[in-house]
Write a protein that binds this ligand. Structure first.
Ligand SMILES: *Cc1c(COP(=O)(O)O)cnc(C)c1O
Length: 821
């Protein structure tokens, strides 16, 4: 829908005179997601970690002409043909605009909140109702203070039902989301411990969530959940409550029985007095509960919509993530099995573009017909073609009848097939090479066949790395610092085992200031992969100056010998002011100049022109423990003195830094100009901080299960004997993968289907054995070595070492798989 900019100004309460007559239809909050500049209205949001005003000049160059700002900058004068709507609070303006937009539509809107399952319930409802309504819904899990207004903005005249989710992490947030969604029907899925930090109690959090439903006609929830039921009563919402129940036969939706078989569940229930039986293709309790929430909502919204029992049996699992996997012939695959609609295509294309590197990967989209879009195919595919062109896709492979018919609107290398099998059998299927391939299809096109064939077949043992968690942890530390403090992210040792390139790319995208690696070759690899931000090399070797200078890597300089060599190399090549980083030893006694060397260092540097000091730093030996706080304080004082002396001696300012992860957590006062974030980025807090997210999960699968009779021994050297008839699982991970052999014979545990199981026998080179006698486990089940529920720190404690060693021991042969949620 289009809005005149004057109308927008009126709504958000800014002056309308002097505005150029423009129309806008897209709300842009992230400059990197720009696709339609003329129609975009950019909101220059200020967050704890960033400021949208910084990107205005860049966006103006890309032809964006409409901005909502809170600060007027001198550079705006040169942008006379642009509109600047000046408000006090940019986020509130965005929310106001969305609220006003919502008010124009008198359609039923389902608002979903709760701790878990919001996205699943939303997507199930979509699957169950899309034949009866033209539905607008939140893309993916857009449920935040920003995501909600952007979701609601999508409503247009054609929609007959809205489904939006709302998530909060602080008191008062729901108050702002309520008028934007203005739900007529509410669903609260459940209340757990997630996002509890900012609430005094679970009750407070629940009441806050329920405030979404203040103006609802009906509220759907699990009536057997006494906690939620009490909260609903306290919030005086009981008169709107539609509780479903497994125990109360008077409930409007009474669940008589739930029977699980193999891979299905049969639910017997009474709906408004009618007996019905539904079969759903899931057996886990969360899915069952989610489906029941849907039934109750459908019953209220349109009772006839529950009549078709068939469609419940066709429910499909909701895939929530974008996977990046190594493909054949140097291809990278991005798999998006999430519903195929144009919004999620937009998001997936952005992700594809952000993965695209300077090296010559061609960008290819494999797309199926977009079903149930509610738009005529002709205009839909025109829009898709426009989007795909703007996101710089080089080649499209379209599958489905509509794409075959309307494919001519795509102006790029293209080919079309009626069916997935036709494509797989085609000659071009065997020709993929050096491509970044986004695979995005509606479910019944079964694109998983495509991705399976294109995936490089690997070892079953993988290290899964959650890039969103990296970003979360990065921002977590950033929020503890002053906005102007710079950050170095330590990606040495293959990014603490997680894989440096994907991480570096992600960090660069999130505007990290510096990366640091151990040796020059690591830095050169990153440059080859297209990393352009400054990189510090911590241990430059005398033999690697070529690599260093050619890749513009900035060395740490810790001795006179190294300083001389750097000066010699740079002057010889006619380079001037090459950035170096001076390391001072304040007590760690690893590498570094001594504080008393500073005058001589200054003198030498002033007499030459090859190098210039970019920063000066030191490293803390015991910042993680209070036992060493006196010593740490001595180091901090020594460094303050030495770095000041260096600046005075050089007669120019240099960046000063001393804190590592634990230092940021415990001595934020000494952040100076920059900090160096290491282990915390990877989700491990040295001082027990709660706000970090797990990044890496080492997992494998059960290859075989053997029944072993009482008294037999397991593995090499017969170190374990079973003392009962046992079931033993064999998993393909051994000490050559980094599973420490000291975990043998009950020394370590793994996690299978949520249960801890001991390692039995000696760990072999490529495999080990697990006792699964006490649990329900099957061949092919997933096995977690470490991850969210089996933290790295637990493994390191068992081995009397530190998490760093566990993380960096995962062998390079273990494949790293990156994903975003
Ligand atoms: C590795 C390293 C860091 C990061 O340390 P963490 O404890 O992982 O945060 C910081 N500074 C230097 C000099 C390092 O070598």
């Amino acid at each position: 829908m289009e809005y005149a900019i004057k109308e927008v100004a009126g709504i958000i309460g800014t002056k309308t005179d002097k505005l150029h007559d423009n129309t806008i239809s897209i709300l842009l909050t992230d400059s990197r997601r720009l696709s339609f500049p003329e129609q975009s209205l950019f909101f220059a949001l200020k967050t704890k970690t960033n400021d949208g005003h910084k990107y205005i000049a860049e966006l103006y160059k890309l032809r964006v002409r409409n901005f909502v700002v809170s600060t007027i900058l001198p550079e705006f004068d040169a942008m006379a043909d642009a509109n600047f709507l000046v408000v006090k609070d940019v986020q509130k303006a965005l929310q106001k605009l969305a609220t006003n937009h919502r008010k124009r539509f008198n359609i039923p809107v389902i608002g979903i909140t709760g701790s878990n399952g919001k996205t699943i319930v939303k997507e199930f409802l979509y699957q169950l109702l899309h034949n009866e309504f033209n539905i607008v819904r939140s893309p993916r899990s857009y449920n935040s203070q920003l995501g909600v207004p952007l979701s609601v903005w999508q409503i247009n005249e054609k929609h007959t039902l809205g489904i939006f989710e709302a998530g909060i992490s602080q008191p008062d947030e729901m108050e702002r989301l309520q008028p934007i969604i203005a739900p007529t029907i509410g669903i609260i899925t459940n209340i757990g411990e997630a996002h509890q930090e900012n609430f005094v109690s679970t009750t407070q959090k629940c009441l806050e969530k329920l405030s979404l439903f203040n103006d609802c006609e009906a509220i759907i929830y699990d009536g057997d959940n006494a906690f939620i039921a009490n909260c609903i009563e306290s919030a005086c919402l009981s008169h709107k409550a539609i509780a479903w129940s497994r125990t109360d036969s008077e409930a409007p939706l009474f669940i008589e029985s739930i029977r699980k078989k193999e891979n299905k569940t049969t639910i017997h229930c009474t709906l408004l007095g009618f007996n019905r039986v539904y079969t759903i293709p899931f057996t886990d309790d969360a899915s069952i509960e989610n489906v029941i929430h849907c039934m109750a909502a459908m019953l209220y919204l349109k009772p006839t919509s529950v009549n078709d029992e068939e469609k419940f049996s066709h429910l499909e699992p909701v895939a929530m993530r974008l996977d990046v996997k190594q493909g054949i012939n140097n291809c990278l695959l991005i798999n998006d099995t999430y519903n195929s609609d144009i919004n999620s295509l937009d998001i997936a294309l952005d992700f594809q573009q952000s993965r695209r590197v300077e090296k010559k990967l061609k960008s290819t989209l494999i797309l199926s017909d977009i079903l149930q879009s509610g738009t005529l195919p002709k205009s839909l595919y025109k829009k898709v073609a426009d989007l795909v062109r703007r996101k710089k896709v080089d080649r499209i492979i379209g599958i489905g009848r509509d794409l075959c018919e309307y494919g001519n609107v795509f102006e790029m290398e293209k080919e079309f097939y009626l069916k997935t099998e036709d494509f797989i059998k085609s000659p071009s299927f065997r020709k993929f090479k050096d491509e970044l391939i986004l695979i995005k299809g509606s479910r019944h096109f079964h694109f998983e066949q495509i991705s399976e064939l294109l995936e490089k077949k690997v070892h079953e043992t993988i290290l899964e790395v959650n890039l969103d968690a990296i970003v979360h942890n990065f921002n977590y530390y950033r929020s503890k610092l002053k906005p102007e403090t710079k950050m170095v992210c330590m990606v040495k040792a293959f990014a603490y085992g997680a894989g440096s390139y994907e991480l570096a790319k992600t960090l660069q995208e999130h505007r990290c200031d510096y990366l640091a690696v151990a040796v020059a070759d690591e830095g050169a690899e990153l440059r080859k992969e297209g990393i352009s931000i400054p990189i510090i090399v911590m241990n430059p070797e005398f033999s690697s100056f070529n690599v260093l200078l050619e890749n513009h890597l900035e060395p740490e300089v810790y001795s006179f010998r190294l300083l001389e060599a750097m000066i010699h190399e740079t002057e010889r090549r006619g380079i001037t002011s090459y950035p170096i980083h001076i390391k001072i030893d304040t007590g760690m006694h690893r590498l570094g100049f001594q504080p008393e060397d500073i005058p001589a260092v200054c003198e030498r540097i002033k007499k030459q022109s090859g190098v210039a000091v970019r920063s000066v730093f030191s490293h803390l030996a015991g910042s993680d423990s209070y036992i060493f706080d006196d010593f740490t304080q001595q180091q901090l004082d020594k460094f303050a003195k030495a770095s000041a002396e260096l600046e005075t001696g050089l007669e120019y300012n240099v960046i000063k830094h001393i804190l590592n992860s634990a230092g940021i957590e415990r001595f934020a006062k000494y952040q100076m100009d920059m900090v160096r974030l290491g282990i915390g980025l990877y989700g491990v807090s040295a001082s027990g901080q709660k706000g970090l997210r797990n990044v890496s999960t080492l997992k494998t699968t059960i290859l075989q299960i053997q029944n072993v009779p009482n008294g037999d021994s397991i593995g090499y050297s017969r170190m374990s004997f079973v003392k009962r008839d046992s079931r033993i699982a064999i998993i393909p991970i051994g000490y050559a993968d980094g599973l420490n052999r000291h975990f043998s014979n009950g020394g370590g545990e793994v996690l299978i289907n949520g249960h801890r199981c001991p390692i039995i026998g000696n760990i072999c080179m490529d495999a080990c054995m697990i006792d699964v006698t006490d649990i329900d486990a099957h061949e092919g089940d997933s096995v977690i070595i470490f991850g969210e529920d089996l933290p790295v720190s637990e493994l390191s404690d068992k081995l009397k070492t530190i998490p760093y060693e566990i993380l960096t021991s995962v062998s390079p042969r273990v494949k790293r798989v990156y994903y975003r949620e």
